[in-house]
Design a protein around this ligand. Sequence first.
Ligand code: SAH
Length: 465
Amino acid sequence: MTKVEAPVAKNEYYDVTFEDLTHDGAGVAKIDGFPIFVANGLPGEKAKIKVIKVKKGYGYGRLIELYEPSPDRVDAPCPIYKQCGGCQLQHLSYEGQLKAKHKHVKEVLARIGKIEDVIVHPVLGMGNPWRYRNKAQVPVGEREGGLVAGFYQQRSHEIINMEACLIQQGMNDVVVQTVKKICEKYGVKAYNEETHKGVLRHIMARYGAVTKEVMVVLITRTEDLPHKKKIVQEIIENVPNVKSIIQNINPKRTNVIMGDETKVLWGAEYIYDYIGDIKFAISARSFYQVNPEQTKVLYEKALEYAQLTGEETVIDAYCGIGTISLFLAKKAKKVYGVEVVPEAIEDAKRNAKLNGIDNAEFAVGEAEVVIPKWYEQGIQADCIVVDPPRKGCDEALLQTIIAMKPKRVVYVSCNPATLARDLRILEDGGYKTIEVQPVDMFPHTNHVENVAKLVLKEETSCFGS
Ligand code: SAH
């Protein structure tokens, strides 16, 4: 058998035209049909590249010289964009990002799910796609006796100091810088991963975009934090609108950020925020969507696709702290939420009370175990909403949906590939995907969220009504 040689060689230079963009923001050039992935290349651009790695069937290259930049190319506004790795698409105009994400969703639905006969709407982007993240968790290190707070350089454990992160709410930058200076003033030692010594591991900031309330969390290795009282006092004096100062203790050798023990050092255990007109209490450890403005856009679309009249029973699978459930509850007769993390369900119940919502019921457990039980007990949903993690829905859950036959399924997804796979299973089980709405929850990164509307096939004659 003859071995097929790659038409390129490592360390050689080539002139190429980028044809495509991968979902994680690399340009794709083809040399005699052999794809080479090049960070920072954009479709349509002509460039000189150097091949740096050759694998079976594809390779990687480095951009050496750009001969013809794309009209969609922009200067990344963040000075540490290339070192940080948190964003992948800052060199592409925002319009260009939205178009690329739309193309990606359409392609993945067709390729993985064989779903072509479906409307994929243009991606709903942000008016101002900067300063949107409401939560910052920044590792702390030491340089020449002083503290640095920033991010780990790619493929290393060195912390690069960061003065500002342009996708963070401005207040989170203020919190991180202020707390870093205060801790430095009182001689707090940064945690050192290698020696497992030192105290301060991470500074975390949470910000209620609507309420403007601020939470500061000091994540420490030891319970003992030198000059704790003075540090707390200075945070109160210097961080505007701070409502809660928390210490979380993580004594383990781990890259998991938070430990099991959480103490209120000052103020409230929670801050509050709103998505639409629903109020949420957010504690240091609770899950809360990081882009609340776009979360509202996403949930309103999910609610529209659920087509509720007030008479329906709805199941919200993978409900987290009940965010979607509470949105649905206002328009449905009854909502059942299920989620595997017990603390999230406690939050969901408290959030329901906080909003005077009494037609939502929550259960702890795996959706693929709890929902089949509900089905056996005779609970019949008119609509099921699912919002699974990246790996998508468990097949047992999809089969239960197919057996239960709710008229509508609304699928909220953070991973187009598993969405496409699961839509295929539901389509084979009697559903039709009517439309998919991508929403840009994480501008400048390679992520894209989607919400899909499916109806039972016997209903398709009147879909859109
Ligand atoms: N709908 C929520 C949370 C979505 S994130 C929101 O919009 O805020 C996905 C959630 O699924 C997480 O809270 C995770 O804990 C939960 N989860 C993961 N696997 C699960 C399973 N098998 N059954 C139920 N919930 C699960």
